[in-house]
Design a protein around this ligand. Structure first.
Ligand code: MCN
Ligand code: CUM
Length: 795
């Protein structure tokens, strides 16, 4: 049972003014609950073959030779493909979403354990796997670079010697803010607190692993690809460029997806191998990775080593934040981030605070680990930024002897300061941060919790209270600032209204579990007065949806949600003209009440949207300029991102004997502007909080010094179960986005961003009697125990 406290006083209550049926049950759930979902692995085509990938057992090694003859002789094997074979077609390397290149199949060297070396295509999945054992690869081991801190050492082996003239493991530098102005503030500040913070490498570990079915029709020259992708249109364009096929000959279908969490944004070598395999064999080819392959080779998240500093006055006015980051990008820069944002949106590390100055310097390096970096509900690296600043602010509160909630209340950007320009160049749209934190404090009973903590400390019990507050920047993005590989980040939306008034809306984003088939029907239903059940949502198929950049960075509601509202308004404008002809009055004399136009002052004279739709398709003349339908299409280019915020309070108990951390209570108050479906929002928040709990307490992709991945199964890579997960308590405030047509902001990643610092702050608070001031995730019993003994172990 989850307690849901939600009755803020000073804000609109979205449960009373829902968007198109508010808390309606999810339209997609009947098919999921009854086992009728259709996932990539459910696709079965006549004559379909199966592909398996041979992966490197070593983190860094030169390939001396590959002998595939025994595998080729296997009676059920149809083809064996190596990097050398791909190189002949110019396909051994592919572009990544960050303007780097990545090996499809290794030709020269392997650069991380689990890297793709060769693939087998066979009549069934088992034969393909068996034949992998028959491939003989001779490697010459090279010393690996595992610790990013040593990647730039002068004697470090060069990982990317494939890049022209590359003599080190430097990937990129990035900076934001004003170094001199920040130094000026720091040099005169009363108090400066600094901390080294590691956000370890974690993995999104979606329930469904990655895979695809490639079907190349040599007669039509047409490729159909069912694939686990969060961005089918962007992927299609990339395939078109790489394969030299025209886009209209490529159809990418992203069917039901069992969780993405950013893991399904990159293009993986397996997709390319399956496409090549289908072209080579003339048959459809399926590739589905297993759990270990997913964990060791696909897009990871985080891996930031950060040094943070915060400057303040003695009485608690926060003045500036400064940070230096070492980013571990693995062997290839496979991050998916807008081109001008190589560090994602880490630039929002100034948090929700009104600062005089801020500066960040970042160095990204290559290491012998899997590529990726942007995944796991990260809001493009805002997770790392929020974690850093929220650790610093709590640390500062300790240093000043102030309450961490009060220090935040005193330093927030005030409502009258919006739109607020941050020292690192973002323009926050709206928020009432104090109201949000006060609501969290009210639900938690903050003052009583502090009193209880004092009583328990007397008794030697280790109770901790952690606070975190955050501002996210979601909804990438204005196309003049943001693109991925040159593709501007706008979204299309098509709306068709059938003669009987039923509608179909086609989106360029698609759901991996977020409930788009419901919420987008609600948006259109609200705008047109059509019941959401009468509106079908089509997504995830490039042949049947308008171009757009896909679902990640919680951009669907901010960008495509706006597109859906505006395309519906376009339909309504057309409907008004037809209604004016039907009612024989001027269009301006009509009033729109949800679902119908009526003559002003004469409510008896009205036509419903369904009647208008029938008229639009009916016999006889239509008003000038109206074609025979209500259909409309738009492309929406957002003027700014949206900036949701939240305030989280966590209560933990640490067992003094075993150092086990138990999250006793967790209060999350989120503000995502206008709330479309409060039930879906709660689901998103519950899931995100559980992600955050996992990262804070147990998840880590670790490596030994040889580069062996120690997190290659769910026995080693721990994720939370119902046993560790507390009853989440959620609440909300509503500060609509001023530039979004319905005032909605994104929410899909908020809780993952905001919860880890609340939990870590709570554990450090609990350990105050031991003088612990810093501790890195994951807070496993052994690590907490070490801290209690006075020495923290580095991750
Ligand atoms: N919503 C709403 N009112 C708002 C904001 C959102 O009702 N004011 C609803 C939306 O209509 C949508 C859902 O909440 O149904 C999430 O919306 P949004 O915040 O726009 O995020 P996206 O739809 O773009 O989803 C992406 C986001 C990301 S980037 C990750 S990572 C993540 C997340 O969603 N992956 C998920 N949540 C996930 N949830 C599931 N079940 N599976 C994933 O893979
Ligand atoms: Cu960064 S995980 Mo989501 O953006 O798909």
């Amino acid at each position: 049972m989850t307690t849901v406290h939600e009755r803020p006083t000073e804000h609109v209550d979205n449960d009373q003014h829902p968007v198109g049926h508010g808390r309606m049950l999810r339209k997609e759930d009947p098919r999921f609950i009854r086992g009728r979902g259709r996932y990539t692995d459910d696709v079965q085509l006549p004559g379909m073959l199966h592909l398996a990938i041979l992966r490197s057992p070593l983190a860094h090694a030169r390939i001396v030779s590959i002998d595939t003859s025994a595998a080729e002789a296997h009676p059920r094997v149809k083809a064996v493909i190596t990097g050398a074979a791909l190189a002949g077609q110019g396909l051994a390397w592919m572009p990544t979403l960050s303007n780097d290149v990545q090996a499809v199949l290794a030709t020269d060297k392997v650069r991380f354990q689990g890297q793709e070396v060769a693939c087998v295509i066979a009549e069934d999945r088992y034969a393909a796997r068996d034949a992998l054992e028959l491939i003989d690869v001779e490697y010459e081991m090279l010393p690996p670079v595992i610790d990013a801190r040593h990647a730039l050492d002068p004697d470090a082996p060069v990982i990317r010697d494939d890049l022209d003239g590359k003599t080190d493991n430097h990937c990129f530098d990035w900076e934001a803010g004003d170094a001199a102005a920040t130094e000026a503030v720091f040099s005169t500040a009363d108090v400066v607190v600094s901390e080294d913070v590691v956000y370890p490498r974690v993995h999104p570990a979606p329930m469904e692993t990655c895979g695809c079915v490639a079907d190349f029709d040599p007669v039509e020259g047409r490729l159909t690809l069912w694939s686990t992708t969060q961005a089918p249109h962007a992927h299609r364009t990339l395939y078109a460029i790489v394969a030299g096929l025209p886009e209209h000959k490529i159809r990418v279908i992203s069917p039901d997806i069992g969780g993405g969490f950013g893991n399904k944004v990159p293009i993986y070598p397996g997709y390319v191998c399956a496409i090549v395999g289908s072209i080579v064999t003339g048959k459809p080819v399926k590739w589905m990775e297993d759990r270990s392959e997913n964990l060791i080779s696909t897009g990871f998240a985080r891996d930031y080593i950060m040094r943070g500093e915060i400057a303040a006055t003695r009485d608690g006015k926060i003045l500036a934040v400064r940070t230096n980051v070492l980013a571990d990008h693995g062997a290839f820069n496979g991050t998916a981030a807008p081109v001008k944002f190589p560090a994602g949106f880490f630039g929002v590390f100034t948090g929700s605070y009104d600062l005089q100055a801020a500066y960040c310097k970042m160095t990204a390096v290559y290491t012998n680990k899997a590529p990726g970096g942007v995944a796991y509900a990260c809001s493009f690296r805002i997770t790392e930024a929020v974690y850093l600043v929220e650790r610093l602010v709590s640390r500062l509160a300790d240093e000043l002897g102030q309450d961490p909630a009060q220090l935040r209340l005193d330093n927030f950007i005030r409502p009258d300061q919006f739109p607020y320009s941050t020292p690192t160049g973002w323009v926050y749209d709206s928020g009432d941060y104090r109201a949000t934190l006060r609501e969290a404090m009210r639900i938690a009973g903050y003052d009583e919790l502090r009193a209880e903590q004092a009583r328990r400390r007397e008794r030697g019990e280790l109770m901790g209270i952690g606070v975190s507050t955050f501002t996210e920047a979601v909804g990438a993005g204005p196309r003049k600032h943001m693109d991925i590989l040159g593709l501007g980040m706008a979204d299309g939306c098509d709306l068709r209204v059938h003669p009987t008034g039923k509608a179909v809306v086609r989106l360029s984003v698609q759901s991996q579990g977020q409930g788009h088939e419901t919420t987008f029907a609600q948006i259109v239903g609200e705008e047109l007065g059509i019941p959401p059940d009468d509106i079908d949502v089509v997504h995830g198929d490039t042949d049947n949806t308008p171009f757009g950049l896909g679902t990640y960075g919680s951009r669907s509601t901010p960008v495509s949600g706006a597109a859906a509202a505006l395309v519906a308004r376009k339909v309504r404008d057309k409907a008004r003209i037809i209604a004016s002809a039907m009612l024989e009055v001027a269009p301006d004399d009509l009033e729109w009440t949800k679902g119908s136009f009526q003559v002003a002052g004469d409510p008896g004279k009205a036509v419903t949207i369904q009647e208008i739709a029938m008229r639009a398709h009916g016999a006889g003349d239509l008003p000038d300029g109206i074609e025979g339908s209500l259909d409309a299409q738009i492309t929406y280019n957002p003027p700014n991102l949206t900036y949701p915020n939240g305030a989280y309070i966590c209560v933990v108990d640490v067992d003094p004997g075993t150092a086990q951390v138990k999250v006793r209570r967790f209060v999350a108050v989120d503000d995502c502007g206008t709330r479309i479906n409060p039930m879906i929002i709660e689901g998103q928040v519950h899931g995100g909080l559980t992600d955050g709990l996992g990262m804070a307490l147990m998840e880590i992709i670790a490596f030994d010094s040889d580069g062996n991945c120690l997190g290659g199964s769910l026995m080693d890579y721990l994720i939370p179960t119902a046993l560790e997960t507390p009853d989440w308590e959620t609440g909300y405030t509503v500060t609509p986005s001023p530039h979004h047509p319905i005032g909605a902001k994104g929410v899909g990643e908020s809780a993952t961003v905001g919860s880890p610092p609340a939990i870590v702050n709570a554990v450090i608070d609990a350990l105050t009697p031991f003088g612990v001031t810093a501790l890195d995730m994951p807070l496993t019993p052994s690590r907490v125990w070490e801290a209690m003994q006075g020495h923290a172990t580095p991750p």
